[in-house]
Ligand binder design. Structure first.
Ligand code: ATP
Ligand code: MG
Length: 273
């Protein structure tokens, strides 16, 4: 016999993974948190908050769409997830190409459509469309893309939710130019640029947050990279720190500086000053 307890157990254990709560959907992208490594991060979050307020405001139109664009590894997905979390909208759906591997164009469009239909039913909804260019099957060799998916997204990006409903759409892309060429850029309410770390101070801020280096090591690195040219994405930098953590403490500074240079994130010969 199925009892209430069984039902509750199923609700808790069997049903949840299929739908997931809003917080869970986002937690996956925020497992490493957001490090405020400099003014670009704080001003992006500030601007993001303004768009969230706009989406909430009763008098404004019920639709706000924001594109977070920046180089690969710059932290676009995590920042979009952070904004979705900050919005505190009860309905959050993440639409990511990883969940649609092997889908036909039509199946993909139907799935995206379903996310939006579900969102229209809730009074405050947020949809995160991650990595738009990959969702559109964009390939830089060839250039080709799915026109069907593009048209579907363009329509949904502009479609007003039913009266009284609010929809916040957050999208990410590392191909601003491609979206511009596809005439998608103008469909957004706003575009936020997610930059790479570009100064020694930015790198030091991240290193200080990590527990990979001793105080003395940090000072040594600070001296070594003073005035150097820096250009690295937060995701790459964090991966590098993880890797360096695997080595003995004595060799970490050397390893870190070598790896940074190998990755092209640090140029000690060309100084900014
Ligand atoms: P890709 O180009 O592969 O899509 P991405 O730009 O989307 O990469 P994320 O997947 O968001 O990058 O990775 C950023 C990682 O850095 C996440 O693990 C996130 O938790 C962490 N992180 C720490 N501080 C920040 C920050 N200030 N901004 C963004 N991400 C941060
Ligand atoms: Mg991403």
């Amino acid at each position: 016999m199925v009892e209430r307890a069984d039902f509750l157990h199923a609700l808790e254990n069997d049903i949840k993974p299929a739908f997931g709560t809003a917080a869970e959907a986002l937690e996956h992208f925020l497992s490493r948190g957001i490090i405020n490594w400099g003014t670009p991060v704080s001003s992006l979050l500030e601007d993001g908050q303004l768009y969230i307020q706009q989406a909430r405001a009763t008098e404004a139109s019920g639709l706000v769409s924001v594109l977070l664009e920046g180089p690969p590894n710059s932290g676009k997905t995590a920042l979009a997830a952070e904004l979705a979390k900050l919005s505190d909208f009860p309905f959050v759906k993440v639409c990511s190409p990883e969940d649609m591997v092997g889908f036909t164009e039509t199946a993909k469009c139907l799935q995206i459509r379903k996310y939006f239909d579900d969102a229209y039913r809730s009074s405050l909804s947020c949809i995160l469309v991650d990595n738009i260019e990959r969702l559109l099957d964009y390939g830089s060799i060839g250039p080709r893309y799915s026109n069907l998916t593009l048209q579907a997204l363009l329509v949904l990006l502009k479609k007003q939710p039913p009266k009284g409903r609010k929809l916040l759409i957050l999208c990410t892309s590392s191909r601003r130019q491609v979206l511009e060429d596809m005439e998608m850029l103008s469909a957004f309410t706003g575009v936020l640029h997610v930059p790479n770390l570009s100064s020694p101070e930015h790198v030091m801020a991240v290193l200080e947050e990590s527990d990979a280096f001793s105080k003395r090591d940090l000072q040594k690195i600070q001296q070594d990279i003073r005035g150097a040219k820096i250009f690295i994405g937060i995701k790459k930098l964090l991966a590098l720190i993880d890797m360096v953590k695997q080595t003995d403490e004595e060799s970490r500074v050397f390893k870190f500086l070598t790896k940074m240079q190998e990755e092209g994130g640090l140029d000690l010969d060309h100084t900014n000053s």
